[in-house]
Ligand binder design. Structure first.
Ligand code: GLA
Length: 302
């Protein structure tokens, strides 16, 4: 049976990426975590594909997952507290929630790959597998050290004495409207600056995982800052407004480090805080939405 013949429900979380940006589609290593914001998709077989959602634009994603799984047309109903455009990968949450509802029996890796293909098919953007993988197989209390070449991963403990703050820059662009495919192509073709980012970022991911295990907060902060400079200067996916925001976050006492998170060209900033620094960050960035997140389980974790 390729799809259920009755109503079904699937749920998946959003994600943050601690470090390892623009390396997943090159088979690099990344360190995302699923977070406690969720999308729920309810569905049932119907005569044609349709969606009922507060957020426009979701149908091509959910439908592409259904088609990748060989499902008959479905009527989807979506509820979510993963804000679109917030940097928490609401698209991966929608894709993986749909897959988990239609095919809860899938292997989590297979589900993530299916959702990656669905996103590529729905948008034409040649995204990597990081976001879908985190939404499928993230674990509460952990980040995932994921090798995007082999899809092997290791859980790295992430404790509540560190706080994940996701700062919305207010500049939202759909991936399809960004030079994402162009950056990917430049990196794949070996353009020196792009390669320098990729190689240095992969080293930072390994160093960050070690620093997390060792509780070396100074190193965590420096690695985040170095990641941002590399995304800004070598991969050229930041903007002056995001750079200013990152530097304001860096200056808040108790903020270990911060960097552009996700594809870039606006979007959001991840800041890593010592527990207790939340109010200081809010006060330092009063005009912006700051979302404090905790790690959570992915849709394919039982
Ligand atoms: C987006 C893509 C991911 C990844 C990041 C950049 O979130 O969906 O696959 O490439 O950008 O690290």
């Amino acid at each position: 049976m390729s799809s259920p013949d009755r109503a079904w429900t699937g749920q998946a979380p959003g994600r943050v990426n601690l470090i390892g940006e623009h390396v997943d589609y090159l088979g690099g290593v990344v360190l995302p975590a699923a977070v406690n914001r969720f999308t729920t998709v309810r569905g049932e077989p119907a005569n044609d594909w349709s969606i009922d959602s507060e957020v426009p634009g979701g149908l091509p994603y959910a439908r592409a997952v259904g088609e990748e799984l060989g499902a008959s047309p479905q009527a989807f109903r979506v509820t979510s507290d993963v804000p679109p455009g917030s940097g928490l990968s609401s698209s991966a949450a929608l894709l993986v929630a749909t897959a988990a509802g239609l095919r809860p029996d899938l292997d989590g890796r297979e589900a993530a790959l299916t959702c990656q293909r669905a996103e590529q098919r729905a948008t034409g953007v040649q995204v990597g597998v990081m976001d879908q993988f985190a939404a499928a197989l993230g674990r509460q209390g952990h980040a995932l050290l994921l090798d995007c070449g082999t899809l092997d991963y290791r859980l790295v403990p992430f404790h509540d004495d560190l706080v994940l703050a996701v700062i919305d820059s207010g500049i939202h662009r759909a991936l399809v409207d960004t030079p994402y495919n162009q950056r990917r192509q430049e990196a794949e073709s070996g353009m020196p600056k792009r390669r320098r980012h990729v190689e240095s970022e992969i080293e930072r991911v390994h160093a960050f995982a070690l620093a997390l295990e060792a509780g070396d907060r100074g190193a965590l902060g420096e690695l985040l800052k170095a990641s941002h400079r590399s995304l800004r200067d070598d991969f050229e996916v930041s903007t002056p407004a995001v750079d200013r925001l990152v530097e304001r976050a860096w200056s808040v006492p108790g903020c270990l480090g911060a960097r552009l998170m996700g594809a870039g060209f606006g979007g959001s900033v991840l800041a890593l805080l010592e527990a207790g620094a939340e109010d200081r960050v809010r006060r330092a960035l009063p005009e912006l939405i700051v979302r404090f997140c905790k790690t959570a389980d992915g849709a394919y974790v039982w």
